[in-house]
Design a protein around this ligand. Structure first.
Ligand code: ZN
Length: 336
């Protein structure tokens, strides 16, 4: 999230209104937990919720569950320049939150709030921290200062160690209701039919749908889906899949493949998940998670060989009728 030039008042996205009013009730009752873990799918606006809450906590004169947009604290928080506010994300070239950044968090929690009100720290995405970074963060979670709020934002709980999870109040944010997402998307597209197409392509993830619309990403995503599904049911070869995927940087390729495989898992029945093929999808995901960690930590494997190897695995191991049927059922493709 770009911290410079935020609107005067930060509001959560419409599908988070329920969560938002619960958080506000907790805040009003003096019961807002000092460590929050917001969990939910990518592209659903978790960061925007964290931002709205941060700015509300920092505002000197909040009104009707919103920051006022006029006080000095609000002006500063709109530019990211508020001294009691720390928004921690991976650096520009890095894909991980580094231990040095976490050490800054620990130092920040130890000092007194400059405005005498509250300090707020957001870590997003939290699961990009490695074990050492999480361990460094533990200290801040074990001895929370009364004026300090720590908000961790993550897509996947499995990336966050149990020691951290157990010290946070966990809030699972559901995937937005498509009816609300469509209304919101209409404000960008101006056409319901277009909104509907984009939301379907984006698997009901409204922020992804908007990104596809704004960045002309429809073709790229459709090509990728075709590549993965074609590989699985044997319609296309590894070579053809590579052509459909285009030239992606290795971290981007791994990130998208993860998302696609997770999407595939989400479409399987319990029986399919327990089958040999289901097990293989999990195994492949584990492998990709490890690869992503290694690449993020600076390992530089041959991209060509790695992409080839992963696609071949999908082609050889996942190409059972079981998975093929599930894909056809989902896309309405009559299949073989
Ligand atoms: Zn204010």
């Amino acid at each position: 999230m770009d911290l410079t030039g935020l609107p005067a008042i930060s509001t959560p996205l419409p599908w988070h209104e329920g969560e938002w009013s619960q958080l506000n009730q907790q805040l009003e009752a003096g019961k807002l937990p000092h460590a929050l873990l917001l969990v939910g799918r990518q592209y659903t606006g978790k960061a925007q919720l964290a931002m709205a809450l941060s700015r509300l906590l920092l505002c000197a004169h909040p009104k009707e569950m919103r920051n006022c947009g006029q006080c000095h604290a609000c002006e500063l928080s709109a530019t990211g320049g508020h001294g009691d506010f720390l928004w921690v994300t991976p650096g520009e070239k890095s894909r991980v939150i580094k231990i040095d950044q976490v050490r800054d968090v620990v130092r920040f929690t130890a000092k007194t709030a400059g405005f005498g009100l509250r300090k707020v720290i957001v870590l997003a995405p939290a699961e990009t921290m490695n074990v050492n970074a999480f361990n460094a963060l533990l200290k801040s979670l074990e001895e929370p200062a009364s004026d300090t709020y720590l908000i961790l934002v993550c897509d996947h709980m499995y990336g966050v160690p149990a020691t951290i999870r157990s010290r946070c109040h966990i809030r699972h944010l559901p995937t937005p209701d498509p009816a609300i997402s469509l209304e919101w998307l209409d404000m960008t597209t101006g056409q319901r039919e277009r909104s509907r197409e984009l939301l379907a392509l984006a698997d009901d993830l409204p922020l992804l749908a908007r990104e596809l619309y704004c960045n002309d990403g429809v073709e790229e995503l459709a090509g990728r889906r075709l590549a993965l599904e074609g590989l699985i049911d044997g319609r296309i070869t590894v070579h053809q899949a590579r052509a459909l995927l285009g030239e992606l940087e290795l971290p981007t390729f791994l990130e998208r493949l993860t998302a696609d495989l997770q999407r595939l898992l989400g479409s399987l029945s319990v029986g399919q998940l327990r089958s040999k093929q289901g097990h293989l999808v999990f195994k492949l995901l584990d492998e990709i998670v490890r690869l992503r960690r290694a690449v993020n930590a600076g390992s530089n494997p041959s991209k060509d060989l790695l992409v080839e190897a992963l696609l071949s695995k999908i082609h050889r191991h996942l190409g059972a009728d079981l998975l093929g049927d599930s894909i056809h059922a989902r896309t309405g493709d009559p299949g073989k």
